[in-house]
Structures are given as C-alpha cells and as structure tokens.
Design a protein around this ligand. Structure first.
Ligand code: GYE
Length: 347
C-alpha cells in the first residue's frame, strides 16, 4: 500500500512540478513577444554567426519611392552577399524606430542602419548605440544632432538642391511661356513635416521664390507624402483658392492624389492645362505622366541606396575610413528627355 501511495505521490508531484515550470515559462514567451509588439523584430539565429548582422529600421511604406528604397536594401544585403538582414517597418512613427534601434542594440547586431522619419529627437538612442559600439549608418533622411560622432556616415539625397531645381525650372518655364512678369499663384503640398525631404524641398524652392516678387505662395500644407492625404489637401486648396497657377507637390504619390482631385473638380492641369504641375521622386508611374504631359516636370530623388550601404559596410569591415556623407546622383525629367530614362527604371 505504502508503495502504491508513494508511486501516486511521485506521479502527482511530478506533474505538479511540470505544471509549475510550465506556468513560469509560458508567460515569459508572451512577455518576450510583448516587448516588441508592433515592432516585430526578428531574432538573428545562432547559426548566422558568420554573416554580418544588420538591423535596418525603415520609417514606413508611405510611397512608391519608399517601396523602391526598401527593395534596394533587400537586394543589396542578401545572404549570398554575406548579410543577415533584420528589417523593421516603423509605420511612420519615431517611437517605433527608437524601439527597433533599442532592440538591435540589445541583440548586439553588427551594424544599425536607419532612415529617420523626422530630423529631431535622436540624441539619446544614438548615444546608446555609440556606447554599445555599434556603428550607425543613416540613410535617406538626416538627423539633427549636435554631436556628429553619434553616427558613422549618412547616405542620402540633396533635398534642398531638389527644391532649388524645381524653382529654377519654374523660372525657365515662365520665361519660355512669356509669363515671367505675370502674377503667379503657387500652392505647395509638403511631405511629412520635419522630415529632411520636406524641410529641404521647402527651403530650396522658397530660396528661389524669394527672388520673384510676382510669385505668391498662397498656401503650403502637408499631405504626408501619401496619395490619399495629397488628394484631400488638394481638394481643400482648390476649394479655397480660385486661381492656382502652379502646384508644387513634394512627392509623386501626393501628385497622383492631387491630379485625381483636379480631375474631379474639373480643373485642367499639366502641359495644356491651367495648373502647372511640379513633382518630386520620378518613380516609373509618374514618369508615364510626364510623358503624357500631365506632370510638367519631375525632380528625381534616387532611392537606390542599398548598394552604397553594402560598399560602406565592406569598407568598415576592412577597417578602412569612410566619408561622413554620400550624396546620390539625381536628374530632372520633362517630356523632352523622359523617354530615354524609362527603359532602365525598375521602380
Ligand atoms: O521623396 C517620398 C518618401 O525621404 C526622400 O520620402 C524621401 C521621401 C520621398 O516618402 O516619396
């Protein structure tokens, strides 16, 4: 009998202890998942030790340009090229980017790469990365920090120059049309406020506009770089301003939204229309509209930055010095030159 009771005890306590262990372990899984809920950071498996682990925080997926940018990173940082890529989408939220970067630091990745949604507010997290001795490569947009040693290098575009190109194109265009001394009403659809692309393009265009007393910027408003917001804001601007001559739209997605708004409102635009359209990015779909004469000019912004990241990491791996910034090349497209560039455009 004693033996039987003993066996029963073992069985019951054996199960109870398994249960206790399970009760302790299972919540840990949930907590672990919860730490990065909404940020979804992939763990680098142990067997990837011979690969270079790169944590990339992409700011979102708001535009065609952004998709091309993300793709170029994925194309460059492949396993075949020796990388283990952890890619995180911050969905336009700085706090998600900060969480992702902290996650990369705690995983001790080899490099942190990130495209900051806006310029301000990065000091603390960048200092954490520096203290952890993880090199940081900033891509696309810039950060506004006093201490430049908080990042290793930056790869991006000269967005202020892009804004100036738009202004200079408009000067030439108005001269060509014999309208250089007419009163010209301009509306501007801005990108995400406080982002390098918005700040640079706004500043660059305004610098040229300042030389012309007859250029009137009626309104500048953000459409957050998306087609939906671009359409909504354009609708509202058309309702409130009767005589818009020029639309400056800081990316192609907003331009496409604004075009829809103008079509619905019965306003003509483009080469033969009332509203001259100036756009930025030059993604394939927009170049088609340049070819059709719907967009008068598209100022290129080059999203193909993945190969630069690879080159820089390889240099750093060999212990070679890198520049503090790399600016990618860009063009200006109008109906006259657009066709010869379209064949090679993959985005
Ligand atoms: O122009 C826009 C995107 O930061 C340069 O962000 C980039 C901009 C690009 O959403 O389409």
């Amino acid at each position: 009998m004693k033996k039987i009771i003993g066996k029963l005890k073992k069985l019951v306590f054996g199960h109870v202890s398994i249960l206790i262990v399970l009760l302790c372990i299972v919540p840990l899984f949930f907590v672990g998942g919860g730490l990065f809920r909404g940020v979804e950071i992939e763990q680098a498996p142990m067997e990837q030790e011979d690969l270079i682990v790169v944590g990339v925080s992409q700011l979102g997926s708001e535009s065609g340009w952004r998709s091309a940018h993300t793709l170029s990173i994925q194309d460059a940082l492949t396993k075949d090229a020796g990388y283990f890529l952890i890619l995180n989408n911050a969905r336009q939220m700085q706090e998600n980017q900060i969480k992702a970067i902290r996650g990369f630091i705690s995983q001790r990745v080899d490099y942190i790469v990130f495209a900051p949604v806006i310029e301000s507010g990065w000091e603390t997290v960048l200092r954490e990365a520096k203290d952890a001795e993880i090199p940081v490569i900033i891509i696309d947009r810039m950060v506004d920090v006093r201490d430049e040693s908080l990042y290793t290098t930056w790869i991006g575009t000269d967005t202020k120059e892009e804004g100036k190109k738009a202004g200079r194109w408009l000067e030439r265009y108005l001269r060509k049309m014999g309208r250089a001394s007419e009163e010209i009403n301009i509306v501007v659809l801005q990108g995400t406020l406080g982002s390098t692309a918005e700040l640079g393009r706004t500043k660059g265009f305004c610098e040229i506009a300042e030389y012309h007393d007859n250029w009137h910027i009626l309104e500048q408003r953000t459409g957050d770089f998306t087609a939906t917001r671009g359409k909504e804001v354009m609708w509202d601007m058309l309702r409130r301003h009767e005589d818009i001559d020029i639309l400056v739209s800081q990316n192609d997605d907003m331009t496409m939204g604004a075009i829809e708004a103008m079509q619905e409102a019965g306003i003509s635009f483009g080469e033969y229309g009332a509203v001259t359209v100036i756009s930025f990015d030059a993604i394939y779909d927009a170049l088609e509209l340049v070819k059709k004469g719907w967009i008068n000019v598209d100022i290129e912004c080059n999203p193909v930055q993945g190969a630069y990241i690879d080159k820089i990491i390889q240099r750093l791996e060999r212990g070679e010095p890198v520049e503090k910034s790399y600016v990618v090349e860009e063009n200006v497209f109008t109906k006259e030159n657009v066709e010869k560039f379209m064949d090679d455009r993959t985005y």
